[in-house]
Structure formats: structure tokens, C-alpha cells
Design a protein around this ligand. Structure first.
Ligand code: C2E
Ligand code: MG
Ligand code: MG
Ligand code: MG
Length: 288
């Protein structure tokens, strides 16, 4: 479908790029109806304590069961939802679902887990941060469900907070004051000033998967070891908890545990899955 160049017309010589544009467009326009029809669902991936291997909670990861394209991952549609603003109602839906799920785990477990009640981590997009309803929506959801604020951790990427001014930080500060944990997601990829950490109302650092990947061999690359060691020391001196993402092997888990990381998440423990799966994992863990 190459068009002749000239005037202001587009060149669409690459049929695959063409198809991608159409799919993007098609997905974007389908988003609002998908939310109404209930085509989104959430998978949960356990967060595991590196010291004793117990399941402490889970991260909520949204998916779209598209009637034609099958299951789509968030990387396919979150950017589109951010672009159109649908991320605000979609994010609110994810938050409510996830908090309800956390309450359900708590009710079903009673005091069964040795590590205490399961917690829930939910990702926030930068657009949700600037939306004026964020604090009130979150408070409403916690009140409606009867879940304590300290059972909830909101994940914000490091890049979303780089150079953040006080207006952007205000809602996060308010949520932190209420007892909600704030995690800095994908930490180490955003070139942020480490000293800047003090200014942010965060209580958890989530070390990006790229650090875990460099722990492939045992022993791992000496420079990467030093970097992670330094980040962990700094984080702990600021009273932050360190979670590592993308742990795929036992060797990585062991290395990161030795380096002092607190919690881990990755395929080595479990892939993201349905809520019942987390229930089983946590229960097995508690009775083991
Ligand atoms: P994230 O928050 O950094 O989530 C971790 C991603 O790493 C997830 O990808 C997860 O499935 C994947 N992962 C977990 N363990 C491993 C592992 O051992 N190896 C590898 N290779 N990957 C692993 P996913 O589910 O595709 O999500 C991608 C991103 O989409 C998330 O990155 C998050 O930024 C965003 N996202 C997911 N759900 C939501 C949501 O409800 N709202 C918003 N705003 N963003 C979301
Ligand atoms: Mg996350
Ligand atoms: Mg992450
Ligand atoms: Mg990541």
C-alpha cells in the first residue's frame, strides 16, 4: 500500500508497520467498550521473603482478553490507555479489584499465614498521579472494602518521579501519611539522583530486572555486585525495603539474598496467575 510521496501524504510502504498502526488504532478505540464489557482481568504474582521463602503478598498485573487477539499484556494497551485518558477509570478498576482480592485472601486465610496477612501491590501510571481524584478514590476503595491502608502498596516507576515537583508528590505524601506504602518501581533504570530518594515519600525500592539478569552466573559480575550492594546499603540506611524483580533462577535468588535484598518476585517462584493460585502458594507455605 505504498503511496507516492508528495504533498503531506504518508509513506506506508511497510505492510507490517501498517498493520501495527491499524491494530494500535483498533485497540485504542476498543478500550472503553472493553472496560464496560469486563474484558480486563488481573493476574497476581507472589512477592516472596528472601530470608525464609514465605509468600508476603502479590503484585496485581492487568491483562486484556481481547475477543479477536486473545490475551494482551499491559505493554500492548497501557500506553494507549494513558494516551486517551482511559487509564484513570481502568486504573481505578484495577485498584478496586485488587484490594477486594486482598480482602478475600485475608478472610480465607484467617491467621493462617505465619508471615501475617497477604499484602497487595498495584501499579500506578503517571497519569493517575496527576489525576485529582487519586487520594479520595483510594481512600474510598479502602473504606468500602474494609482493608487497612498498610495492606496496600502503590508502585510508581522511578522515571515517573524524576524531577517531580511538589504538586506531583503531594498525593503520594498524603497516601503515605495514611499508611499506604509507596514503591519506586523499575529502580536503577531512570538515572535518578540517589540523594533525591530522601525527598520522595517511598518506603520500598523495586530493583529493576536488569540487575537480577546480571546475577546470571554465580558468582556474578563484580561491578554489578558492588552496585547492588551499594543500593541496598543506601536503601536500608533510609529505612527502605528492597524488592528484586525478575528472579528466574535459584542462583539469582541466593546471590540477591546474600546481598541483603528483602523480597523477591519472579518466575523462579511463580509466574503471574489467577488469585486461587496465590491462595494455594501462601497456604502451602504456611503449613510447610
Ligand atoms: P512491572 O510493574 O515492572 O511488572 C513486572 C513485569 O515483569 C510483569 O510484566 C511481570 O509479568 C514480569 N515478570 C515477573 N517475573 C518475571 C521474570 O522472572 N522474568 C521476566 N522476564 N519477567 C518477569 P507484565 O505483566 O507484562 O507487565 C508489564 C508492565 O506493565 C508492568 O511492569 C507495569 O509497569 C505495567 N502494568 C501492569 N499492570 C498494570 C496496571 O494495572 N496499571 C498500570 N498503570 N501499569 C501496569
Ligand atoms: Mg510494578
Ligand atoms: Mg517493576
Ligand atoms: Mg520492571
Amino acid at each position: 500500500r505504498a503511496k507516492s510521496a508528495g504533498g503531506n501524504r504518508f509513506e506506508l510502504a511497510d505492510p507490517e508497520a501498517d498493520a501495527r498502526v491499524i491494530t494500535r488504532h483498533g485497540l485504542t478505540t476498543a478500550l472503553p467498550a472493553a472496560l464496560e464489557r469486563g474484558e480486563f482481568f488481573i493476574e497476581y504474582q507472589p512477592l516472596v521473603h528472601l530470608g525464609d521463602g514465605s509468600v508476603r503478598g502479590a503484585e496485581a498485573l492487568v491483562r486484556w482478553l481481547h475477543p479477536q487477539h486473545g490475551v494482551l499484556g499491559p505493554d500492548r494497551f497501557i500506553p494507549l490507555a494513558e494516551h486517551t485518558g482511559l487509564i484513570v477509570p481502568l486504573g481505578r478498576w484495577v485498584l478496586e479489584q485488587s484490594v477486594r482480592q486482598a480482602r478475600d485472601w485475608r478472610e480465607r486465610h484467617g491467621g493462617a499465614t505465619t508471615a501475617g496477612p497477604l499484602r497487595i501491590n498495584v501499579n500506578l501510571s503517571p497519569c493517575q498521579l496527576t489525576h485529582p481524584g487519586l487520594v479520595q478514590d483510594t481512600v474510598d476503595i479502602l473504606e468500602r472494602t474494609g482493608v487497612a491502608p498498610d495492606a496496600l502498596c502503590l508502585e510508581v516507576t522511578e522515571s515517573a518521579l524524576i524531577g517531580a515537583d511538589d504538586d506531583l508528590l503531594k498525593p503520594l505524601r498524603r497516601l503515605a501519611e495514611l499508611g499506604v506504602d509507596i514503591a519506586l518501581d523499575d529502580f536503577g533504570t531512570g538515572y535518578s539522583n540517589l540523594a533525591n530518594l530522601r525527598r520522595l515519600p517511598v518506603s520500598v525500592l523495586k530493583l529493576d530486572r536488569s540487575f537480577t539478569q546480571s546475577m546470571q552466573q554465580f558468582p556474578a559480575d563484580a561491578v554489578d555486585l558492588k552496585i547492588v550492594e551499594g543500593i541496598v546499603a543506601l536503601a536500608h540506611s533510609l529505612d527502605l525495603t528492597v524488592t528484586v524483580e525478575g528472579v528466574e533462577t535459584g542462583a539469582q535468588a541466593e546471590q540477591l539474598r546474600i546481598l541483603g535484598c528483602d523480597t523477591a518476585q519472579g518466575w523462579y517462584y511463580a509466574r503471574p496467575g489467577p488469585p486461587e493460585r496465590l491462595h494455594e502458594l501462601a497456604l502451602v507455605d504456611a503449613t510447610a
